[in-house]
Ligand binder design. Structure first.
Ligand SMILES: [Zn+2]
Length: 275
């Protein structure tokens, strides 16, 4: 009987991985993806709306306009990239939005699933200029496009609910799956905000982000001094951004490695008049 159940569980887990696997754009890595995108985005949208409603937005029109400009250009580049590589459909639930939250002490920025972006004013002294903002924008948008939030949530669901629980969860109605997903998180309002990314996710977001910001016409070389400045901020109590984006000092070598490829995209964007 035990062996029989184990056999069924193995078959079930195999099925989960067959139906629940996706491929990360650009890197081609296979990832676990159990939460349907329609549900992930509706969860993300409601959490984002709640966060924005509770926040004070920046009243500096120049900074707000700059953030919107960078956001729209990077989003357009991301959509172009996905379209060019036959993955345009993966962004069908996206509703891009870019807000600048007034909080000078919070050094943070994020893009939630479905393209909901927020920057806190506290990160602007670290980004310094528009190219620096583009580095962070590219990186955060890349986390969303690569579905890192959905992957983390899927891993948690699998770990916490196990095979049988997950089978039930997947058969339930969308709303109940959402509630289970929320339960897996422990507390709500965390999609892509508080959950630390793994080293694989960070490295992927760096690479994909570098390509997106270059395609958008921003100099990718700005990424290296940005992460160096971010690394210098680390200390006994690192800022929010560093707690969800670990090891800034480890990424510079990799960024150097990807720079020639990024610069080719940057030069193409210059020919297309996007700079
Ligand atoms: Zn990151």
């Amino acid at each position: 009987m035990v062996a029989f159940q184990r056999y069924h569980l193995t078959i079930f887990l195999l099925l989960v991985f067959l139906i629940g696997c996706a491929k990360v754009p650009l890197t081609g890595r296979r990832q676990l993806s159990l939460v349907p995108e329609s549900e992930l985005t509706s969860l993300s949208f409601s959490q984002y709306d709640e966060l924005i409603a509770q926040s004070t937005l920046s009243d500096d029109p120049q900074k707000v306009a700059m953030l919107q400009r960078v956001g729209q250009r990077v989003a357009a580049a991301a959509e172009q990239y996905m379209k060019d590589n036959g993955m345009g459909d993966e962004l069908k639930y996206y509703e891009w939005e870019f807000n600048l939250i007034k909080a000078d002490s919070i050094i943070n920025a994020f893009c939630m699933p479905g393209g909901k972006v927020a920057f806190y004013t506290g990160i602007l002294p670290v980004t310094q200029d528009e190219a620096g903002v583009a580095v962070v924008m590219g990186h955060e948008v890349a986390h969303a496009i690569a579905n890192h939030g959905g992957e983390r949530m899927s891993q948690m669901l699998l770990a916490q609910l196990g095979g049988v629980g997950l089978q039930i969860a997947l058969q339930e109605k969308p709303q109940q799956t959402q509630q289970l997903a929320m339960a897996a998180y422990g507390v709500g309002a965390q999609v892509g905000i508080l959950l630390p990314y793994s080293r694989t996710h960070e490295s992927e977001a760096d690479k994909i982000g570098l390509i997106f910001s270059s395609m958008a016409g921003y100099d990718p070389r700005a990424a290296i001094p940005f992460w160096e400045r971010m690394g210098e901020l680390g200390g006994a109590r690192p800022p929010e951004f560093l707690s969800t984006h670990p090891n800034p000092e480890k990424r510079v070598d990799q960024l150097q490695e990807w720079m020639p490829e990024a610069l080719r995209y940057y030069e193409e964007s210059s020919k297309a008049g996007r700079q």
